[in-house]
Design a protein around this ligand. Structure first.
Ligand code: PMT
Length: 390
């Protein structure tokens, strides 16, 4: 494999030559790209000697073509940034390309990128760094570490760069893309069932849970068909194809069309069970004092339909409950022929609609059960993906 190793300006840069040496020893061709600050910690001569190639460091060096970041992107199969400082992580998360390595990183957006963060514990814990890390993870960038231990500043804590051998193992193991040959369907958000030109029946789903699931699947290497009801959320990931629908019947059409090509499906959408029998093509007027009756017709059950279509595919449903939670979820698991069901209860504070967190119990057809604490929806999504694919 052709691997570009990016080095940024942290004390752990002194371990970069060892990383390059291990990759070369394992039979890979390596080229190095370093920031100016990295060269305060490790020399150009060392990196050029261990890789056997000129170092890429200056966007505008006289002897280099100014499009070298593009040729290096075309050349490389993978980019490993070790150490990755808070600075480079922040730059990529915000689309900043002001030197050779950050420019290369943006150009590399369609290929595998692995980062080994290294920084002081307080910097690592800063909300801005954590937000940037989540953004990069969401785009499919794999993080290795940081590890806990002694730090350069003399304290102990999280922030040490993982050892070069661990970075090599993590970067090269196929386990970082365990779903790379798979396609998954995810449904997300609410459905809107039109009453007239200006009104609809809807619910409080924001789409956050479903979008987090799509991201977690894409992070694991899958292609994702994300069928979502109305939401203000957006996602821009090369492996996630978003299909926006409004009603349960539109979601049904999109999901049943996509499912036969998929390895599995996770249905997290809050689908309306009924729609108005008639949708007026004008704004309905008030009808005196005696009230108004809306006649409702049942919507198709998307999950149950996929349960009937299923052939060697993994089918996962959600159950949003307010009472007799496990009993109700278990009933849905069996009735809809599911492999797993993810139960969340509105009795748990911080779980369910709208919020950024969730607390779930995953019930499986083999009788096993996994409970999560209250976690961010992104973490819950990773737990679900790991559980249903392992
Ligand atoms: O979007 P968020 O704000 O992040 O909120 C997330 C969530 C609370 C919506 C999500 O975690 C969740 O619980 N989704 C399922 C909500 C729901 O409608 O549950 P249910 O018990 O009514 O439905 C059971 C399952 O059948 C669900 O997988 C649902 O997608 C599916 N279903 C239901 C009706 C229908 N006509 N077709 C379906 O596919």
């Amino acid at each position: 494999m052709r691997i570009v190793v990016g080095i940024t300006g942290g004390i752990a840069a002194y371990k970069a030559p060892e990383l390059v040496r291990l990759l070369v020893k394992a039979g890979h061709e390596v080229r190095c790209a370093a920031t100016e600050h990295a060269l305060e910690f490790v020399t150009r001569v060392t990196l050029e000697t261990v890789s056997g190639h000129p170092l890429y460091c200056d966007l505008f060096a006289n002897n280099e073509r100014s499009t070298q970041h593009i040729s290096l992107k075309d050349w490389g199969d993978m980019l490993i940034v070790a150490p990755a400082t808070a600075n480079i992580i922040g730059k990529v998360a915000n689309g900043i390309a002001d030197d050779a390595l950050s420019t290369l990183l943006l150009a590399f957006s369609q290929k595998p990128v692995v980062m080994a963060p290294a920084m002081n514990s307080l910097m690592w814990a800063h909300p801005a760094v954590q937000r940037n890390i989540e953004t990069l993870r969401g785009w499919g960038i794999r993080m290795v570490g940081p590890a806990e231990g002694e730090l350069a500043c003399g304290t102990d804590g999280i922030g040490r760069m993982s050892e070069p051998s661990e970075i090599v193992d993590a970067a090269l193991s196929s386990s970082h893309c365990p779903l790379s040959t798979q396609k998954w369907l995810v449904t997300a958000g609410p459905t809107y069932e039109r009453i007239d030109r200006v009104r609809f029946i809807g619910n409080y789903s924001s789409g956050k849970m479903g979008f987090a699931l799509a991201e977690a699947l894409a992070e694991a290497g899958a292609e994702v068909e994300l069928v979502t009801g109305p939401t203000h959320l957006d996602i821009n990931h090369p492996h996630i194809h978003v299909v926006r629908v409004e009603s349960a019947r539109e979601m049904y059409a999109a999901a049943t069309e996509a499912f036969p090509q998929c390895t599995g499906a996770i249905l997290s959408a809050a689908v309306a069970d009924y729609h108005p029998a008639e949708c007026a093509d004008h704004k309905l007027k008030k009808q005196g004092d005696e009230g108004m009756t809306l006649q409702l017709v049942q919507n198709p059950d998307i999950l149950a339909t996929l349960g009937g279509m299923k052939q060697q595919q993994t089918l996962v449903g959600f159950a949003l409950e307010t009472d007799h939670e496990l009993e109700n979820a278990q009933g849905k698991l069996q009735r809809k022929h599911l492999d797993h069901i993810v139960m969340n209860s509105l009795r748990d504070e911080g779980a369910g609609f709208g919020v950024d967190t969730n607390k779930v119990t995953i019930l499986s057809a083999d009788g096993s059960r996994k409970e999560s604490p209250l976690m961010s929806k992104k973490e819950v999504a990773r737990l679900i993906v790991n559980t249903i694919t392992s």
